[in-house]
Design a protein around this ligand. Structure first.
Ligand code: GTP
Ligand code: MG
Length: 186
């Protein structure tokens, strides 16, 4: 955990949803965050200092079946330890696979964030794998499952870089807020 008080923007979501890939796309550098062939690879919290100004934080994924129970409990402790009382955390991007229904863990995490007033924004990943029609449908079902309006989640594809500029908007907004004022979710 960095000791300085630079703001942090965290990326979280189930294993293999595309967290590390999104960090690379935001920064425009392919090999910065390690993209996994085998899910569950990012097991520690990774901090990437961007332009000496703020941290992009790559959190380990959850919900990977092959991770033993004990490891899963360790995941919870690690994430809670990171999120709880973290005054530097300005925004959390909750990544959801555009092809899948949100899992119980996705919704538990959302409840947990809402209960503690952590500002978050949903991002739909891998939208290149869906047609425009399919994506519109999925946007509706995923939004309703996670409890946001259908236009709120930002669609992202690492292949054609759709969504990269749109994701920078809430990040920039969160970074320009004064310290401690994270009450607006946009
Ligand atoms: P863990 O660290 O294991 O939790 O995974 P992660 O969430 O960091 O996912 P990662 O970025 O490693 O990506 C997982 C797989 O999905 C990789 O094979 C990526 O190439 C692929 N992937 C990520 N984003 C996209 C996308 O927008 N489109 C497509 N087609 N594939 C993607
Ligand atoms: Mg990763």
């Amino acid at each position: 955990m960095p000791r300085d008080r630079r703001p942090q923007i965290a990326i979280v979501g189930r294993s293999n949803v595309g967290k590390s890939t999104l960090i690379n796309a935001l920064i425009g550098r392919k090999g910065l965050a390690r993209v996994s062939q085998t899910p569950g690879k990012t097991r520690a919290i990774q901090f990437y200092l961007v332009n000496e100004r703020f941290y992009l934080v790559d959190l380990p994924g959850y919900g990977y079946a092959k991770v033993p129970k004990a490891m899963s409990a360790a995941w919870g402790d690690l994430i809670r330890g990171y999120l709880e009382g973290n005054e530097n955390l300005r925004l959390l991007l909750l990544l959801l696979d555009s092809r899948r229904e949100p899992s119980d863990q996705d919704r538990q995490l959302r409840d947990w964030l809402d209960a503690r007033g952590v500002p978050w924004r949903a991002v739909l990943t891998k939208i290149d794998k869906l047609s425009g029609n399919e994506l519109a449908k999925k946007r509706n079902t995923i939004s309703s499952s996670i409890g946001v309006s259908p236009e709120e989640p930002i669609g992202f594809s690492s292949l054609d870089r759709r969504g990269v500029a749109a994701i920078w908007n809430p990040i920039d907004a969160a970074l320009s807020l004064p310290r401690g004022d994270t009450t607006t979710k946009e």
